[in-house]
Design a protein around this ligand. Structure first.
Ligand code: GLY
Length: 301
């Protein structure tokens, strides 16, 4: 654990890492690069201007929610009934402040709605119609649910495609800012053909998302039920605390997901020093990183 002196503001080098989902289709990997770079850059603009990690991860995830190639926001997979239901969560690791929404329709950027829930300091998770009513009350515009459904998803739903019904998967971001604050966020359309009302790990703090500025932050992706079973995000941070090695901790966490959770997936991690790591048990998980030593976002897939 870092001492307060070690975590002094001047010692932190800002960094952001983003993912585009462990369910991404490997044959389409070239399609993800522009979106991954744009997301890392959006978060980086915030961090490099001295902004907060929480703002950085929200900005990065919004870019991916707006990109129809990823399974979040517009372009999400469809439920059994052909509708879009969105889950998202966000966490700031200094005071363990967090917010989340689940099974939300009519909101194009659920990560921002999750952020508003965090800001209430009263609730952590709002779902369904209650979450949409809350969105209305805080001035987040409602969208036509049909505007979230892309032709590609409509067609795949009609075909009942056996393979992953999204090009990309769940999206997420983890960042460390200049002040030593770690934040993480995750957003998803869930799983193709899921029962209406199903909620996955991305809405659950400790499962899909976790941040503790004295250790690091994590955003997870993959089989939501398996991730929930092993409380993947929280366990990954425990491994990070013990191992003090982000890549190693991520690999051990993925082994846990496969062996104990009986599912597949991956995660991205940043530790309190700003070192990034990632791992997945799937053929492809698009990842991009941006830090002061890089001239532009580096894609890692
Ligand atoms: N990991 C996203 C979900 O299962 O909903």
């Amino acid at each position: 654990m870092p001492s307060p002196a070690e975590r002094a503001p001047a010692t932190r080098v800002p960094t952001i890492i983003v993912h585009g989902g462990a369910g991404a289709d490997p044959s389409e990997s070239h399609e993800f690069r522009p979106g991954m770079r744009a997301a890392a850059l959006a978060g980086w603009r915030v961090l490099s201007a001295g902004g907060a990690a929480l703002d950085a991860v929200e900005s990065a995830v919004r870019v991916l929610e707006d990109d129809p190639r990823f399974n979040a926001g517009r372009g999400s997979v469809l439920t059994r009934d052909g509708t879009v239901e969105l889950d998202a969560s966000i966490m700031e690791g200094d005071r363990l402040q967090c917010g989340a929404v689940a099974a939300v329709t009519r909101v194009a950027n659920p990560v921002t709605l999750a952020r508003r829930v965090l800001e209430t300091r009263r609730h952590v998770l709002l779902v369904g119609d209650g979450a949409v009513a809350f969105a209305r009350s805080v001035g987040i515009p409602e969208c036509d649910p049909a505007s979230l459904v892309t032709d590609r998803q409509r067609q795949r739903h009609a075909e009942r495609a056996a393979r992953s019904a999204a090009l990309g998967g769940t999206v997420g971001a983890v960042a460390l800012d200049r002040n030593g604050t770690v934040a993480a966020a995750t957003s998803t359309g869930g799983t193709a053909g899921q029962l209406p009302g199903r909620v996955g790990d991305s809405a659950l703090i400790g499962c899909g998302t976790y941040a503790d500025s004295s250790i690091g932050g994590v955003s997870c992706t993959g089989d939501g039920e398996a991730i929930i079973r092993v409380v993947f995000g929280c366990r990954a941070l425990h491994y990070l605390k013990d191992a003090d090695d982000p890549d190693y901790a991520a690999k051990v966490a993925v082994d846990l997901l496969v062996e104990e959770g009986r599912g597949h997936g991956g995660l991205i991690v940043i530790d309190w020093r700003g070192r990034a790591g990632y791992a997945t048990s799937t053929p492809l998980m698009p990842v991009a990183i941006m830090s002061p030593t890089l001239a532009e976002p580096r894609t890692l897939f």
